[in-house]
Design a protein around this ligand. Structure first.
Ligand SMILES: Cc1cc2nc3c(=O)[nH]c(=O)nc-3n(C[C@H](O)[C@H](O)[C@H](O)COP(=O)(O)OP(=O)(O)OC[C@H]3O[C@@H](n4cnc5c(N)ncnc54)[C@H](O)[C@@H]3O)c2cc1C
Length: 390
């Protein structure tokens, strides 16, 4: 390691930490990027890889749009697994139809391309959809997806090659981080000390190593999600990010629609809602289809109560609902797993600043793959007092 002193140390190499690293390194800052695992294995690799600005709350929409542009630009230089296949929201009843029409108007006002598709148009473009489920669709052709299991590893590799001013250090746990005079000192599990002007901590769902007492009072909660992956099904026509009726009833962009406050939950959806289930599909590059997900919650101090087990009742509920939507066999599963992300019930992200030197950025919730790159650009500009370019 040639330098022990840096402008910035970023702790955590999930999508949020790596995005901060990218933007700081692009500004010419000398950055040390540290990850405790051999390679990232948490939320950033366990997700769908859907990049869906159309699902974001209004004030995060632009972060999603910017992230899409940045991913696409990087993809033109280096393969980080970006594919532009668009996002489709499928309405299955009148209330969901009303919501997609209202979201279309909101997106028209933002000059963000959104196309209403008839029942017939949806079935022609995605032949595996069931006619009995799909009434109408709202399609965002410009949206992209990434391969969750490889994207972050490729992005880290891209940054390492692109920026000689960046040092990446995996398999290194930071066990202490404190201010000493004008500097911040970080201490590794091997007792190595690195020094920087500033430190950004993007710890994801890890709250027990650094500043545990601070997190204890933070109000953060953890969500546990169940996910499934089918065997490769190259002939199934289901390209892009596929989001269904329960997603329309759940995503924050729809909660800003005029009819959302009067939305009713029909009896047949009650058990699914109880487990926070909404059905999403993402066809991966190998032809397998990722299906999910469910949400169980616990406060940060009780996160161990969420356990490590997959609940078979939840998987059965997902199978049953998913099979109403598509005609391929959703039970032809090769893998199922759990993922965890942190969120805050009242904040879009948790930002804790200690003496303008240590900056904790965590609990970005279920929108990290979509919005981290855009959010991190703003965050780095603010921390280094850089005026944004027009
Ligand atoms: C099942 C699932 C599906 C999802 N689907 C989507 C989707 O389709 N689209 C979307 O936009 N978002 C999605 N999300 C949300 C998204 O995955 C998260 O918002 C995002 O990955 C969070 O990134 P992060 O960098 O904050 O956290 P993480 O990915 O958890 O990364 C944090 C990293 O910090 C490291 N770390 C922590 N403490 C230390 C320490 N002391 N020293 C060194 N390293 C440390 C950890 O090892 C970890 O690698 C989904 C999430 C899940 C779980």
């Amino acid at each position: 390691m040639p330098h022990r002193k840096f402008d910035l140390i970023v702790i955590g190499a999930g999508v949020l930490g790596t995005s901060h690293t990218y933007h700081a390194a692009a500004l010419g800052k000398r950055v040390l990027h540290i990850e405790k695992d051999q390679y990232p294995v948490n939320a950033t690799v366990r997700n769908f890889g859907q990049v869906v600005p159309s699902g974001m709350p209004a004030d995060w929409f632009q972060f999603g749009v910017y992230s899409t542009q940045l991913y696409t630009q990087i993809q033109s230089e280096f393969n980080i697994s970006v594919r532009k296949n668009g996002s489709l929201y499928i309405a299955s009843d009148e209330e969901e139809q009303r919501l997609i029409h209202e979201l279309k108007e909101i997106m028209d006002d933002r000059c963000y391309e959104a196309n209403l598709l008839t029942h017939q148009q949806c079935l022609e473009k995605w032949p595996t959809l069931k006619a009995s489920y799909c009434r109408e669709g709202l399609f965002f052709p410009q949206e992209v997806s990434v391969e969750p299991t490889s994207m972050i590893h490729r992005l880290i590799e891209y940054c390492r090659i692109k920026f000689p001013n960046l040092t990446y250090k995996p398999s290194t746990t930071i066990i202490n981080c404190h201010i000493s005079g004008d500097e911040v000192r970080v201490v590794t599990h091997k007792n190595e000390v690195f020094i920087a002007e500033k430190v950004i901590i993007c710890n994801g769902g890890e709250f027990k190593i650094l500043f545990p007492d601070l997190f204890r009072d933070s109000g953060i909660e953890i969500s546990k999600l169940q996910m499934l992956r089918t065997i490769p099904m190259p002939d199934v026509g289901l390209e892009g990010n596929i989001l269904t009726g329960l997603t329309i009833r759940r995503y924050e962009s729809f909660s800003e629609c005029p009819s959302f406050p009067t939305l009713q939950t029909p009896e047949y959806l009650r058990e699914l809602k109880r487990w926070g289930i909404h059905i999403l599909f993402k066809k991966a590059a190998d032809g397998s289809i990722i299906i999910g997900d469910s949400h169980e919650y616990a406060g940060v101090n009780d996160m161990d109560d969420l356990g490590f087990e997959l609940n078979q009742h939840i998987n059965q509920l997902i199978f049953k609902e998913a099979q109403k939507i598509v005609s391929f066999d959703v039970t032809a599963i090769t893998r199922t797993w759990v993922g965890f992300y942190a969120q805050h019930p009242e904040k879009d992200i948790v930002e804790i600043d200690i003496e303008n030197k240590i900056h904790i950025r965590t609990a970005i919730g279920g929108k990290g793959m979509t919005s981290s790159a855009g959010y991190a650009e703003k965050s780095i500009q603010k921390l280094f007092s850089i005026r944004p370019m027009d």
